[in-house]
Design a protein around this ligand. Structure first.
Ligand SMILES: Cc1cc2nc3c(=O)[nH]c(=O)nc-3n(C[C@H](O)[C@H](O)[C@H](O)COP(=O)(O)OP(=O)(O)OC[C@H]3O[C@@H](n4cnc5c(N)ncnc54)[C@H](O)[C@@H]3O)c2cc1C
Ligand SMILES: *[C@@H]1O[C@H](CO)[C@@H](O)[C@H](O)[C@H]1NC(C)=O
Ligand SMILES: *[C@@H]1O[C@H](CO)[C@@H](O)[C@H](O)[C@H]1NC(C)=O
Length: 314
């Protein structure tokens, strides 16, 4: 499939979204409100009103789910003029952004083409057989940055053209986390998969987002560090996505979940700004818990390009 074909597919996806929404959105909310109004008119008291409003809500949802059966579950759409929330760039603007990112990275000395518009690539980054939900629509491009600075350039240009940015690490999440319902650019960290620094005595390690938790443990073993990283979600999961989902695993009962395993992060914000959380030593408890904002935010607040994880003795 050519890039053009892929784009047409994407637009098709958007259209389907729009028509599904137009018939669904208002009836379901309308029902819930009417039910509450008529109950109040009858003079019922607090608790029963709540119970009924809740069941009316469930009916509304059931209706929506029934009608949507077989098609993606979605609540708001780009082309629904009354939908609240951000408005994204057109496909044309997204393509302009892709070209501008290519030019800018080349100007900064990158020899490789960091952006792919290969149809299989787009599909692999917007659809997952493991996922419980696969909204229509695919990213218009997949970017493979090599550094925090490149991620920053990508974000800055996406920001300029209102292009959605979707982080992608192992692609093992199960609830459509990395899907691209509004198109945009999927940022795959595949080339950022290194251990940057292992601090044996401090029992921590600085890593890039695309190192898998299993690879990390293999490398800690090979370095005879006597240390290990205990968080164990899906086998192909990588640190960036594990932070994105605040993941757990079978070891969680003993070792906690991902939120317990972040000391500091380097994050690229939506406009390309690069920030670092917690400049202080591990012992310090001063300052806002910025790690806690980014852990579990599913890539919606920024892209994590580097992180420091504490480790345990085996
Ligand atoms: C067999 C199997 C078992 C599983 N068991 C568990 C389990 O026990 N517990 C559990 O919690 N999960 C489990 N999962 C789900 C999955 O492994 C986790 O959600 C995991 O954390 C996803 O990591 P990933 O690298 O695959 O992320 P992806 O799927 O690539 O991305 C996940 C989310 O993080 C965002 N993201 C990716 N990279 C970055 C980045 N660098 N910066 C910011 N955001 C980013 C993405 O946009 C997306 O929203 C399981 C999955 C499978 C297939
Ligand atoms: C992050 O943590 C590491 C290890 O504790 C430390 O060496 C580094 O200075 C910290 N970086 C920031 C920006 O806080
Ligand atoms: C992460 O998940 C745990 C439960 O596993 C929860 O206690 C914690 O509040 C979550 N942390 C963040 C930052 O979302």
């Amino acid at each position: 499939m050519s890039a053009n074909h892929a784009t047409r597919r994407l637009i098709g996806g958007w259209r389907r979204t729009f028509s599904a929404n137009a018939t669904l959105k208002r009836p379901s909310t309308g029902r819930a409100t009417n039910a509450v109004n008529s109950v109040q008119a009858l003079g019922w008291t607090g608790r029963s009103v709540f119970a009924l409003a809740a069941s009316a809500g469930v009916v509304g949802f059931g209706f929506a789910a029934l009608t949507l059966d077989g098609s993606p579950k979605r609540t708001a759409s780009l082309f629904d003029s009354e939908a609240p929330g951000p408005r994204y760039g057109s496909v044309k603007e997204m393509e302009t952004a892709v070209e501008e990112i290519r030019r800018e990275l080349e100007r900064l000395g990158e020899d490789e083409d960091v952006i792919s518009t290969n149809a299989d690539d787009l599909l692999a980054h917007g659809y997952s057989e493991w996922s419980t939900v696969n909204p229509d629509g695919l990213p218009v491009a997949v970017a493979y940055p090599r550094s925090t600075e490149q991620v920053s350039v990508i974000a800055r240009i996406c920001h300029k053209y209102h292009v959605p940015i979707i982080g992608y690490s192992g692609g093992s999440s199960l609830e459509g986390h990395f899907s691209a319902p509004y198109g945009g650019i999927s940022v795959d960290f595949a080339y950022m998969d290194k251990i940057i620094q292992l601090n044996k005595d401090d029992m921590d390690v600085v890593v890039q987002p695309s190192i898998g938790w299993q690879d990390l443990n293999t490398q800690l073993n090979q370095a005879n560090s006597g240390l290990f990283f205990p968080i164990d979600p899906g086998p192909s999961a990588k640190i960036g996505g594990m932070i994105g989902t605040n993941c757990s695993g079978t070891n969680a009962v003993r070792y906690g979940t991902m939120k317990d395993w972040v000391i500091n992060l380097t994050v690229v914000l939506a406009d390309g700004t690069i920030i670092k959380t917690r400049r202080r030593p591990r012992k310090s408890s001063a300052g806002y818990n910025l790690n806690g904002i980014f852990v579990g935010s599913e890539g919606t607040l920024g892209l994590v390009t580097e992180g420091v994880r504490p480790l345990f003795h085996r």
